[in-house]
Design a protein around this ligand. Structure first.
Ligand code: 5GP
Length: 201
């Protein structure tokens, strides 16, 4: 059976990546979402093992030491990392695996898996991003300002990605994301021997 493809998704906070991916996962049952481990505190509504594998810093360090992580990073004071086994097992089983990770981790994954597909999600504008961050109502004005500045910095790394999906309207962004996955599955390099098999008929 053909191996699955590895899809790396990054986006600044507030671009709607969680919602896009949730919807995409409902619509394509060959997609597998890799649940990361983190040492950050659980937010209201999050579920251990679903949103993240929540671990203490010590537990996280143990995972690093045991080589259990494909990549990890320290982001705004907390550890985040991708558990290796689930990803490699799922790819082996032919599932297309989504990693929702920040830019540094994404660059590391690209080095390990040069044929991964990298998708960057963009806001339609900074004005709209600011409006969405305010609408969430979870952060103070200062934090929102910081997040917007971080978003500007992160956007500079979009040039390292293969695809840009702009989240102006959720449904279109989901369609674009699923189209990327579909197009990637058709890449000639991912279908070795197909032409030869046909010719051998
Ligand atoms: P949050 O704390 O808002 O859930 O995530 C903060 C950032 O960490 C987001 O950009 C998210 O994509 C990223 N992140 C989540 N899991 C991982 C991971 O396993 N590895 C890396 N490198 N980044 C991650």
């Amino acid at each position: 059976m053909a191996k699955g493809i590895l899809i790396v998704v990054s986006a600044p906070a507030g671009c709607g990546k969680d919602t896009i991916l949730e919807q995409a996962l409902k619509e394509n049952d060959n997609l597998f979402y890799s649940v990361s481990a983190t040492s950050r505190a659980m937010r209201p509504g999050e579920i251990d093992g679903v949103s993240y594998h929540f671990r203490t810093r010590e537990q996280f360090k143990e995972m690093i030491k045991n080589g259990e992580l494909l990549e990890y990073t320290e982001y705004v004071g907390n550890y985040y990392g991708t558990p290796k086994k689930a990803v490699t097992d799922m790819l082996e089983a032919g599932k297309d695996v989504i990693l929702k990770i920040e830019i540094e981790g994404a660059a590391n994954v690209r080095r390990m898996f040069p044929d991964c597909a990298m998708v960057f999600i963009l806001p339609p504008s900074f004005e709209e991003l600011e409006r969405r961050l305010h609408k969430r109502g979870t952060e103070t004005d200062d934090v929102i300002k910081q997040r917007l500045e971080t978003a500007r910095k992160e956007l500079k790394f979009a040039e390292n990605y293969d695809y840009l999906v702009t989240n102006a309207a959720l449904e279109d962004a989901v369609k674009d994301f699923l189209a990327v996955v579909r197009a990637e599955k058709c890449r000639r390099e991912r279908r070795p021997g197909v032409v030869e098999e046909l010719l051998a008929e």
